[in-house]
Design a protein around this ligand. Structure first.
Ligand SMILES: Cc1cc2nc3c(=O)[nH]c(=O)nc-3n(C[C@H](O)[C@H](O)[C@H](O)COP(=O)(O)O)c2cc1C
Length: 203
């Protein structure tokens, strides 16, 4: 499946608010697929452009767009994984090297980079916006019929790994969104009791 998206509304145009039962049904049942079950096919380059366009509509206080995207695919993605593997092995860290399976196996990864900057909008809100971008990208990939998973793991936090990815000072990985076709359907996981997490404020 590929995406046929409507044009983005023009700036300032009134945007129709209408019920979308199919989206509600998707939200009620969507599930992430284990990254190690993800294989080809993955979204085309054209679809990746569309997915990123959708993700970039995330709520963003102050219109700062405090995030960016790095696409990992094919031989370049394999080279990125190999450099991380060399890094892990140079430290004698076999566990970290083994954890790279979640990066190596999926055919496509999109790193969402949180790029907060000093501003009246608190950094916390800029980071939350990066999380919202991850959610949007994950959901959009799943809505397109692909398996997807939001992964961080050690290489999202390690300074040397972040340098290999090409992060600048002050940037952080909000998540790697791995995307492909799930070789086996994900099983539903336990979900929180949302009612038990909810109170109604009373004076
Ligand atoms: C910020 C963040 C980082 C995550 N990192 C990992 C990870 O490194 N490894 C992992 O197995 N799951 C990780 N997860 C969890 C999965 O992405 C996913 O949320 C979980 O499997 C539940 O799937 P669901 O989307 O069906 O609720 C992470 C989730 C979040 C929000």
């Amino acid at each position: 499946m590929s995406i046929a998206l409507p044009d983005a509304p023009s700036f300032g145009a009134p945007v129709d608010q209408h019920p979308c039962p199919e989206l509600l049904s998707f939200l009620a049942t969507r599930r992430s697929a284990s990254a190690v079950t993800l294989a080809e096919p993955a979204p085309s380059d054209e679809d990746v452009t569309a997915l990123i366009r959708l993700a970039a509509r995330a709520p963003d206080h102050g219109k700062l767009a405090p995030w960016r995207f790095i696409v990992l695919r094919g031989d370049d993605k394999a080279a990125f994984a190999a450099r991380l593997e060399d890094l892990a092995k140079s430290r004698g860290d076999a566990r970290a090297a083994a954890k790279l399976a979640k990066l190596k196996l999926p055919p496509l990864g999109i790193a969402v980079v949180s790029a907060s900057r000093p501003h009246d909008v608190p950094e916390w809100e800029q980071v939350l916006s990066a999380g919202a971008v991850c959610t949007g990208l994950l959901y959009a990939a799943q809505a397109l019929g692909y398996g997807a998973n939001w992964i961080t793991d050690w290489y999202a936090y390690d300074d040397d790994a972040k340098a290999i990815l090409g992060l600048k000072a002050g940037e952080n990985v909000a998540g790697f969104i791995f995307i492909g076709t799930a070789k086996e359907p994900p099983m539903e996981r336990e979900r929180p009791d949302s009612q038990a997490l909810t109170t109604v404020w009373k004076p």
